[in-house]
Design a binder for this molecule. Structure first.
Ligand code: XMP
Length: 506
């Protein structure tokens, strides 16, 4: 039985971070909306209540009867979670006169509390709230305070319930991970959830679930779908068929390279060259959303056609990962995932979905991939959009423009690797602009395209900064592109951050 911790999400922006920290402690955890605690708590060893954008006294605040949870399992309330415990038990939570944001130092009020075990007196914690607990209910014992907050942490007598008003999940809380680790010890968790144990359990589960059924999977060359393929291959071998479509808008040489990698990994892959179909469907189209739709639709058609050549397929594999799942369950609905390239595929094909990475974060997917023996270059590649260069050619897409862009992009990416910059940026690429300008080459006047170089640093693509690449490097890239790529006579560098810009131009 897989042991796990449950995090009830009251809408805080840091709920995912709590899950990240717990996972870093080699412990499996799941996030549920605050009012969706599963009835069956078999295997659950403890519960964390997250923070919230609301105050406990707001009329819109998310409320559940906490006395139904208290005492059943070890419980830790964080920020709003802690304040709710106090509020519901008859204590007082009030708006602070001075909102406390930022660093504070913990003073311990009780020796030997299990939650604070091993933490240094004065340790820095990160506060972020406009409310504070001003009176504890009876039976609640303060265990730590800060200069401005008398009840920074408390414990409920006779229960394994704690509350902290600061955020241990935020990196600035120096010993936050240690505190969360202490809570896992209180829950009696073994902390043995590793990539290797994930692979072992998942492969077994896949075998049980799929039996002798046949599965089809669309590969994109990206990390998630590749790791799904190798996992499924390990579980069901040749009952998995993978399809990799070349829509003509991949990077230069990418189709051949990735196909070779897949074959090397022992996957049963069908590579489909569908360039002409895509270029002819895109002819004359300039509207970006329309272009995205055409590419998405074309992809589904090719995939569907290939799938029909195979017999007895029952399942569709997909590289859905945990952030997608959390976002789609999000109670506040603040995050909307806008890039579902193959939406509609399962319905159209009447297949059941198998998504073995549903519970993993991106870096965990990478660790699992490496553990599975996949090549590091396949695991550490930059994200690349499904519609590929299609969203980096502004205006009408033609095969000629795709070739120009592929050549420029190839020079940029090769030099980036050569200069050791590839792993320092989140993602990079070249954009072909529908702008021609005048230049001179030898004695001749030219009138050719402009390309923009883009490189960003980011943690999750939700926000991004332009990468401060060395001038010497940019100079080299510009020279190489202008000298070697026919059709381009001007190179510019994009210095916009997201927000308000986006990573891609279209
Ligand atoms: P933006 O441009 O929204 O990009 O800042 C955020 C991340 O999403 C990728 N992206 C896409 N991925 N289909 C995809 O599969 C798309 O239509 C698409 N548009 C953007 C982008 O590369 C970045 O990683």
């Amino acid at each position: 039985m897989l042991e796990k911790l449950i995090i009830l999400d009251f809408g805080s922006q840091t709920t995912q971070l709590i899950a990240r920290r717990i996972r870093e402690l080699n412990t499996y955890c799941e996030v549920y909306p605050y009012n969706k605690l599963p009835e069956d708590l078999t295997g659950v060893r403890g519960i964390i209540l997250s923070g919230s954008p609301y105050s406990v006294y707001d009329s819109k605040a998310f409320r559940i009867p906490l006395d139904e949870i208290r005492g059943r399992l070890p419980l830790l309330g964080i920020c709003y979670g802690a304040q709710s415990l106090v509020d519901q038990a008859g204590g007082k939570v009030e708006s602070c006169e001075t909102r406390e944001y930022g660093r504070a130092h913990l003073e311990f009020k009780q020796a030997d509390d299990a939650l604070l075990k091993g933490l240094q007196p004065g340790t820095t914690v990160w506060m972020s709230h406009g409310d504070t607990i001003t009176a504890l209910p009876s039976g609640f014992d303060v265990i730590a305070g800060t200069e401005d907050v008398p009840y920074a942490a408390f414990r409920i007598e006779g229960e394994q319930t704690w509350g902290v008003q600061f955020h241990p999940e935020i990196y600035h809380s120096e010993e936050g991970t240690k505190l969360l680790g202490n809570f896992l010890d209180i829950c009696g968790m073994k902390r043995d959830w590793t990539p290797a144990s994930f692979i072992e359990t998942t492969v077994q589960e896949l075998r049980n679930k799929l039996g002798d059924d046949k599965v089809i999977l669309a590969l994109s060359g990206g990390v998630d779908s590749s790791v799904v393929a190798v996992l499924l291959n390990k579980a069901i071998g040749s009952n998995l068929t993978c399809i990799f479509v070349d829509h003509g808008l991949l990077r230069k040489g990418e189709f051949e390279r990735v196909l070779q990698d897949y074959e090397h990994l022992g996957l049963n892959v069908i590579g489909v060259n569908a360039k002409e179909k895509f270029f002819s469907a895109l002819k004359g189209v300039t509207d970006p959303e329309e272009k995205r739709k055409i590419i998405g639709r074309g992809f589904i058609e090719v995939f569907d056609e290939e799938a029909h050549k195979l017999e007895g397929i029952k399942w569709l594999g997909q590289g859905t990962i945990y952030p997608d799942v959390i976002e789609s369950l999000s109670i506040t609905g603040m995050v909307i995932k806008s890039h579902h390239n193959v939406g509609g595929l399962p319905e159209r094909m009447n297949l059941r979905l198998v998504e073995p990475l549903r519970t993993l974060f991106k870096d965990e997917v990478r660790r699992v991939g490496l553990e599975l023996g996949m090549m590091p270059h396949l695991i550490h590649r930059h994200p690349f959009p499904g519609p590929g260069l299609g969203i980096r050619i502004l205006g009408e897409i033609t095969e000629e423009k795709a070739t120009i862009l592929q050549n420029a992009d190839d020079i940029y990416m090769s030099l980036m690797r050569e200069w050791g910059l590839y792993d320092q940026v989140w993602q990079a690429g070249v954009i072909l602009l529908p702008v021609r300008s005048v230049g001179v080459m030898g004695d001749e006047r030219t009138y050719e395209y402009t390309v923009a170089l883009r490189a960003v640093t980011s943690m999750d693509a939700m926000s991004a900064d332009w990468a401060h690449l060395p001038y010497d490097f940019l100079a080299k890239v510009s020279n190489e592109i202008i000298n070697k790529v026919r059709g381009v006579n001007r190179v510019v560098y994009d210095i916009s951050s997201k927000p308000p810009s986006t990573i891609e131009w279209e």
